[in-house]
Write a new protein. Structure first.
Length: 143
């Protein structure tokens, strides 16, 4: 299991940031590693929204089943993902001064054939870099 945390500060309110974050289908616009999102059913937001996300990191492409596990408007979105790599992530929004800090936390488990904990150790700085870049891209959208 590896834990990765990245954060960013934007000069918008939590409500303004949430208005973009809540649109799961638009995450591909700012997540460079998310290639496509396909909803599994009619639900598009809230707890129990499920979707497939094709993710690409370098040569590795995964087809993950994701389910929203926590949804607190203007505050928290949590998700589990099952695929080659399993785990749980959260986006937490917190008012900070005149803006909002977003914190993205992921806990990921790598399979034995990806060298388990060793693979996670090697992947951690790569994923942290990608997700930091993603948050910068999100910041450009909400600015």
């Amino acid at each position: 299991m590896v834990a990765i945390t990245v954060s960013a500060h934007y000069h918008v309110s939590p409500t303004q940031l949430w208005e973009e974050l809540r649109h799961i289908d638009r995450h591909v616009q700012w997540m460079t590693d998310a290639i496509s999102i396909e909803f599994l059913g009619d639900q598009r937001e809230g707890v129990n929204t499920s979707f497939r996300c094709v993710t690409k990191v370098g040569p590795l492409v995964t087809n993950d089943l994701m389910t929203i596990t926590q949804w607190d408007d203007d505050s928290v979105m949590g998700v589990t993902h099952r695929g080659l790599i399993t785990g749980h992530g959260t986006f937490t929004l917190k008012k900070q001064g005149e803006g909002t800090e977003i914190t993205w936390r992921e806990r990921l488990e790598f399979p034995w054939w990806m060298l388990g904990p060793l693979g996670a150790y090697v992947a951690k700085p790569v994923l942290r870099g990608i997700w930091s870049k993603n948050l910068r891209a999100l910041g450009q959208i909400v600015a």
